[in-house]
Design a protein around this ligand. Structure first.
Ligand SMILES: Cc1cc2nc3c(=O)[nH]c(=O)nc-3n(C[C@H](O)[C@H](O)[C@H](O)COP(=O)(O)OP(=O)(O)OC[C@H]3O[C@@H](n4cnc5c(N)ncnc54)[C@H](O)[C@@H]3O)c2cc1C
Length: 410
């Protein structure tokens, strides 16, 4: 995405020497790059983690922050992806207990047949996702008692007659990404731009990096390369290698952060047309509302007034008792989902990830698409493929907490 809008680096400098050498160089320090750095460290392989911004400073700080099976896959029928997400949810809650919080999400229904359908679908979801280490016993799943439902201000005056509760895991996305990086021994080259690459005989050898803080040049050599550039992949491949192939479709989503509303205790997941879900999630003393879906091109994209209005309209139609437009709006954020290219509406595109071996450079792999939830599993597979070594402890070794603080703080 375009240079002028890239956040300025902080003051400070990097003490690394001008010439660096490593086994595997990872460019892009979002959840995928950081997870791969941990996987390689667990396998005893030297690596470097390069980013033109800070670790976790891209899409991995603008998600809905759910480590989930994807309740919407019940509608799209992508059961394999759902089951993988449910299994990974349990893994995250084991390795990152301080960045995870189990919740009972309420899915409200408009009629009894819809309620019955939710009960059946959610029953399956919670059955397949029965492994929930650390589940708080006070959280109740299944049918929400009418008196409890009616005590929530979101139920008043709206179209909903009741709700069914299902289990999912909430996280703090940026903090989780930073914990993954902190759980690695990677050479950290954040705030470094790639000025150019050197290659010979179909292999990448070296990147010439420019430290954005003081302009210093560093040369990084590596035997293998992985680009985990999220939605910036196509732009970077065009800039570095003149490739015009579009590997990704990009879809923006926004979240609005309101002051907390008294009585809104459990997160709600409201089904919307076209398989979308409207989340209304109390967290960190605020109420997080999202998300939208708008196909976008390359570049930093602003939040459109129409996009914000769409969320406000959905809130007014579904939860009319709360005066959304007069509630203090504390923050709004926009993230761009990197979706693996295909035809059709982005709402129906899979959040699946692809590992692409580059056609011209045999020692380069591109990470395309994906989501927070499955990033560890995908990078576990990639690290096994790159090194020939499996590492079962990836699923059990606790993460180091990068800031030493007890909970994720935005
Ligand atoms: C609105 C929204 C809601 C979402 N909700 C969820 C959810 O609830 N659960 C879930 O599992 N997933 C969710 N996702 C998906 C998830 O957030 C992303 O798939 C994931 O964060 C992508 O991570 P990444 O590492 O691939 O990319 P990124 O986090 O974007 O990392 C890419 C990195 O590359 C760096 N970079 C870019 N260009 C260069 C360059 N030229 N040189 C060096 N570095 C560069 C960037 O600075 C960035 O740090 C959501 C996504 C969005 C947008």
């Amino acid at each position: 995405m375009s240079e002028p809008a890239w956040p300025a680096p902080p003051e400070g400098r990097c003490d690394l020497p001008a010439v660096l050498d490593t086994e595997i160089a990872i460019v892009g320090a979002g959840i995928h790059g950081a997870a791969l750095a941990r996987e390689l460290t667990l396998r005893g392989i030297a690596c470097a983690l390069v980013d033109r911004g800070e670790v976790g400073g891209g899409t991995s700080q603008w998600s809905s922050q759910l480590l989930h099976g994807g309740i919407r896959y019940l509608l799209t029928g992508d059961i394999r992806q759902m089951r993988e997400g449910l299994a990974e949810r349990a893994t995250w809650s084991r390795i990152a207990p301080r960045r995870c919080r189990w919740e009972a999400f309420w899915m409200p229904h408009r009629s009894w047949p819809e309620g019955l359908a939710h009960r059946l679908g959610i029953g399956l979801y919670d059955h397949w996702g029965a492994e929930r280490p650390g589940w708080p016993p006070e959280l109740r799943l299944g049918g929400v008692p009418p008196s409890t439902f009616q005590a929530d201000p979101r139920s008043a005056g709206g179209p909903f007659r009741g709700a069914t509760a299902y289990a999912d895991l909430m996280t703090w996305d940026r903090e989780l990404t930073r914990d993954l990086a902190a759980s690695s021994e990677a050479l950290r080259l954040d705030f470094h731009d790639v000025a150019s690459f050197e290659d010979t005989a179909g292999e990448l050898h070296r990147a010439v990096l420019r430290d954005r803080r003081d302009g210093a040049t560093r040369r990084l050599s590596a035997r293998r390369w992985v680009f985990a550039l999220g939605p910036w992949t196509d732009g970077a491949m065009a800039g570095w290698f003149g490739e015009d192939r579009k590997r990704l479709r990009l879809s923006s989503g926004i979240h609005l952060w309101f002051d907390a509303v008294p009585g809104c205790e459990r997160p709600w997941a409201i089904r919307r047309p076209k398989g979308r879900i409207l989340f209304v999630i109390p967290r960190d003393g605020l109420l997080q509302v999202g998300t939208t879906e708008r196909e976008v091109g390359d570049g930093w994209v602003p939040i459109l007034e129409a996009e914000r209005e769409e969320l406000f309209d959905a809130l007014a139609a579904n939860l009319p008792a709360i005066p959304w437009r007069s509630l203090p709006l504390r923050a709004e954020e926009l993230g761009v989902r990197p979706l693996v290219a295909a035809s059709g509406l982005t709402t129906h595109l899979s959040r699946e990830a692809v590992l692409e071996r580059h056609a011209r450079f045999g020692n380069l792999t591109l990470v395309l698409g994906g989501k927070l939830t499955t990033a560890r599993a995908l990078m576990d597979r990639l690290a096994t493929g790159l090194t020939g070594r499996a590492c079962p402890t990836s699923r059990t070794a606790p993460l180091r907490v990068w800031d030493g603080q007890p909970e994720g703080i935005r």
